[in-house]
Design a protein around this ligand. Structure first.
Ligand SMILES: [Zn+2]
Ligand SMILES: [Zn+2]
Length: 142
């Protein structure tokens, strides 16, 4: 996971047309450092401890950052959302269907598969990015 400087995060918020606030930078800053997509609960917990930001504020900032296209929201069939920074790069993760374990796998390309999908598609002309979840059992649950 790439890490971003405070200036880069500030630039991202500005480019997205949002006002730069300490809360928005705190949310982006946290998400830029984690290895795996995090749940809202983890985010609330971490930011409350670290920056003393309350839950409603975290939710509000997540919503505005997501709407502005800076965050990617992922659904792992857990009944709650997970968030990660929208880097524009593809993201691939293994997801345990029995517990909350997620593992992001870097350095894998499915570009050939994407090309084949596009070739078979009747409705699409191009692809931009993708996020892929493969379900299975983690070592604890298997
Ligand atoms: Zn989850
Ligand atoms: Zn598991």
């Amino acid at each position: 996971m790439a890490s971003y400087t405070q200036e880069e995060l500030t630039g991202m918020v500005q480019e997205a047309g949002l006002r730069v606030t300490g809360h928005r930078l705190a949310v982006l800053g946290y998400l830029s450092k984690v290895k795996n997509p995090v749940t809202v609960y983890e985010l609330v917990d971490a930011l409350r401890k670290k920056d003393n930001i309350d839950q409603a504020t975290v939710y509000r900032n997540l919503a505005s950052l997501h709407e502005a296209g800076l965050l990617r929201r992922l659904d792992f069939n857990h009944g709650h959302a997970h968030y990660e920074l929208e880097t524009g790069r593809a993201s691939h993760q293994l997801v345990c269907s029995n517990c909350e374990t997620i593992e992001k796998i870097e350095g894998i390309s499915i570009d050939d598969t994407v090309k084949k999908m596009l070739k078979k598609s009747k409705k699409f002309k191009q692809t931009t990015t993708h996020s892929m979840e493969i379900y299975g059992l983690c070592k604890n649950c298997a």
